[in-house]
Ligand binder design. Sequence first.
Ligand SMILES: CC(C)(COP(=O)(O)OP(=O)(O)OC[C@H]1O[C@@H](n2cnc3c(N)ncnc32)[C@H](O)[C@@H]1OP(=O)(O)O)[C@@H](O)C(=O)NCCC(=O)NCCS
Length: 172
Amino acid sequence: MKTPVDTGVDQASRGGAQAQGAGRFRVRAMNGDDLDLVMAIEERAYPYPWSRGNFADSLAAGYDAWIFADERGWIGYAVVMWVVDEAHLLNLCVPVELQRRGLGRQLLDWLMADVAARGASSLMLEVRPSNLPAWALYRNRGFKTIGVRKAYYPAGALREDALVMARSPGNG
Ligand SMILES: CC(C)(COP(=O)(O)OP(=O)(O)OC[C@H]1O[C@@H](n2cnc3c(N)ncnc32)[C@H](O)[C@@H]1OP(=O)(O)O)[C@@H](O)C(=O)NCCC(=O)NCCS
């Protein structure tokens, strides 16, 4: 696993991470003190949110966990796990009240530039096909479906498949 490189930097200083026309935002590592607010956002954003324990375990495991903020406050967070040179995007979330303003795309672009700069050969993720906003975001940013995990997610009394998507993180 690659070590998260820094905290408290802004995206413009990370070189190549800023999407054309994107607003500036700050990035720092998530820590345990953030989890009350993370959970408040998470539980409103997902029909099947992560538990607090999922976040705590991710921090304990040393996964990349980022808080993104601008003058409005938090604009999102993300968790990325590394498996050798593959980066796996485990969670990307924009608060409900800030969605559909281009932030998810900007944060995904930052994450791609960050893992590319640290040597990732690919960025992978899983998404529910019923999560149309996320699926569209990933497709529009060049992710291709490379597999399906059958009945991967809880979905009421049933289970829902996960689409496994990936792209090379370099070259925007
Ligand atoms: C998925 C998510 C991160 C997108 O963030 P966002 O800031 O709302 O997305 P953006 O405004 O940057 O939109 C980028 C693209 O995503 C797609 N998209 C976003 N919201 C959409 C919606 N409601 N319906 C359809 N497409 C949508 C579009 O392709 C959009 O591009 P466009 O505006 O040019 O059409 C956000 O909806 C979210 O946090 N959802 C809850 C958590 C989640 O599901 N995370 C993904 C887990 S795999």
